[in-house]
Design a protein around this ligand. Structure first.
Ligand SMILES: [Zn+2]
Length: 293
């Protein structure tokens, strides 16, 4: 297993990352939790449970986790919540939709078990619908729904500090996840809308830091605009190629292959590894479904 710890913003934020070292994975996929004044944002993956336990035990009194907020119920974010609640008595908080899903626990496809561990155990979380104040009252984090990656995803924003904890809602440039066949069902039009909402909400934040899950810290609001431009361009091209090749007589699988080839040159490695679940094909399907106007 691979564990990394990184301090941000003069040690105010501790990022704890975990990745599996399974040989079947081409390179480590990290997922992050962030600890801010006793508030743990997300809880890593089920496979990271033992390492997370060690991490929590290693914290001194001032650092100790006294509450955990789950941004969304994908196993690489909610995976340690059961253990934190069960073994340490740490209360788990989440948005309304996530609380319902967390209650049930979840099994997920085998390729995800390779990366994140066996299954998501159920946990009783408490609905939070007001800003979260941390234990020393130093920070106040507002709930900011960002759907598209997951319908229940809620980001947290600390306005004064200009911090946004977005989990998987903002991906770095040229990175997309794109699931459709399992319970990861992304919608590119909703992802775009959430980015646009985040851009508007952070209007006066010149020093905005966007804390992602496993993709580091993205600096500045401009990143959000760039991401929206990237999606705009993909939308235009996907529709152009679709119309062009359709007119040339392509349809069905052949049409899709042709669009993938022209847009990206090939399907991604992850797309192949996940039997087309997290694939460029699904991104194109979502782009084509999105009728603007
Ligand atoms: Zn996710």
């Amino acid at each position: 297993m691979v564990v990394r710890k990184t301090f941000h913003c003069n040690n105010q934020i501790l990022e704890w990352e975990w990745a599996s070292d399974n040989d079947l994975i081409p390179y480590p996929f990290f997922t992050s939790c962030y600890l801010i004044d006793g508030l743990l944002i997300d809880s890593s993956a089920p496979g990271g449970e033992n390492d997370l336990r060690d991490f929590v035990k290693s914290l001194n009194h001032d650092q100790m986790v006294d509450q955990c907020f789950i941004t969304h119920t994908h196993e690489d974010h909610a995976g340690g919540a059961h253990m934190l609640n069960n073994e340490f008595g740490i209360p788990i908080f989440a948005g309304r939709k996530a609380v319902d899903l967390l209650k049930k626990g979840k099994k997920y496809p085998e390729y995800r078990q390779v990366a994140w561990g066996p299954e998501l155990l159920p946990v009783q979380a408490t609905i939070v619908d007001k800003p979260i104040t941390t234990k020393s009252k130093k920070y106040r984090l507002e709930l900011f729904p960002m759907i598209g990656h997951a319908p229940e995803l809620v980001a947290l924003i600390e306005k004064k500090q200009q911090w946004a904890f977005v989990a998987d809602a903002v991906q770095p440039k040229y990175k997309m996840i794109f699931g459709k066949n399992s319970d990861i069902q992304e919608d590119i039009s909703l992802i775009y809308q959430s980015l646009s909402d985040l851009y508007d909400f952070t209007e006066y934040m010149e020093e905005l830091l966007i804390f992602s899950a496993g993709n580091g810290v993205l600096h500045g609001r401009e990143i959000i605009l760039k991401k929206m431009e990237e999606i705009d361009n993909l939308w235009v091209k996907a529709h152009e190629f679709n119309d062009k090749f359709h007119q040339e007589g392509y349809s069905g699988k052949k049409l899709m292959k042709k669009i993938i080839k022209n847009l990206f040159s090939r399907e991604s490695i992850i797309g192949k590894l996940t039997q087309n679940d997290l694939s460029r094909e699904n991104l194109i399907i979502s782009l084509l479904k999105w009728k603007k106007k």
